[in-house]
Design a protein around this ligand. Structure first.
Ligand SMILES: CC(C)(COP(=O)(O)OP(=O)(O)OC[C@H]1O[C@@H](n2cnc3c(N)ncnc32)[C@H](O)[C@@H]1OP(=O)(O)O)[C@@H](O)C(=O)NCCC(=O)NCCS
Length: 186
């Protein structure tokens, strides 16, 4: 008998905004140990520091309840998404080392998404939750994905994202990041 895949909507009831930043530490530790962060030599401290920077409003969502200890358990289907509702354009231009491609304006910016278990619909759920929140303010969402991260590129393509620019020697010498975007209906 084939195991029936759990629908993304099934985890909707356990999506929470993370208020207590200490809940992010286990995620940073986990992410620093897996690609793309491991390959890019981005440490847990660097992740936490980046997320805590004050130049942008940041929302953290996890498919675990941060008020319970469960966020530390990494039970299956848990995932984290970090995104900005301010300063998205500035972040993109910093990575591009130049202006946003012509015809594209300000928008929300996803700085990190990670799931503990893959291919269970968690990533899709978290990304669409971020899109929903961002669409209340912006008509567009942006994110970067490493050129070598083919699995994540397929994930974003299936969610309707398209590449509009490339950032070379980004985050690490020789690393190329693709700037992806999607138009949101508010
Ligand atoms: C990328 C990531 C967030 C995707 O989350 P996920 O929960 O595994 O993905 P989902 O199960 O929600 O997949 C949604 C859709 O994306 C596509 N997809 C996801 N992973 C894919 C892969 N490896 N290959 C092909 N398509 C893929 C599929 O179309 C999938 O739909 P389907 O399962 O109905 O066919 C997750 O795999 C992850 O944490 N990867 C490591 C960290 C990372 O690379 N983050 C992105 C940095 S930019």
């Amino acid at each position: 008998m084939t195991k029936k895949k759990k629908k993304a909507a099934d985890i909707g009831t356990i999506l929470h905004k993370i208020v207590d930043q200490s809940a992010l530490r286990p995620w940073a530790d986990y992410m620093a140990g897996v690609d793309p962060w491991k390959r890019l030599e981005i440490t847990a401290d660097m992740l936490v520091m980046g997320w805590a920077a004050t130049d942008a409003v940041r929302y953290f969502f996890s498919a675990a309840d941060p008020r319970s200890a469960k966020v530390h358990d990494f039970e299956h289907e848990h995932g984290l998404i970090v995104f900005n509702l301010e300063g998205g354009r500035a972040v993109v231009e910093k990575f591009l080392k130049g202006p946003m491609p012509s015809g594209y304006g300000d928008g929300g910016y996803v700085s990190a998404i990670a799931t503990k278990v893959r291919h269970k619909g968690t990533g899709k759920y978290l990304l669409s939750a971020a899109e929903r929140v961002i669409s209340e303010k912006f008509a567009r969402i942006y994110l970067f994905v490493s050129e070598s991260n083919h699995a994540a590129q397929r994930f974003y393509k299936s969610a309707g994202y398209e590449e509009i620019a490339r950032a070379h020697d980004c985050l690490k010498a020789g690393n190329t990041e693709l700037l992806l975007t999607k138009a949101l209906s508010g």
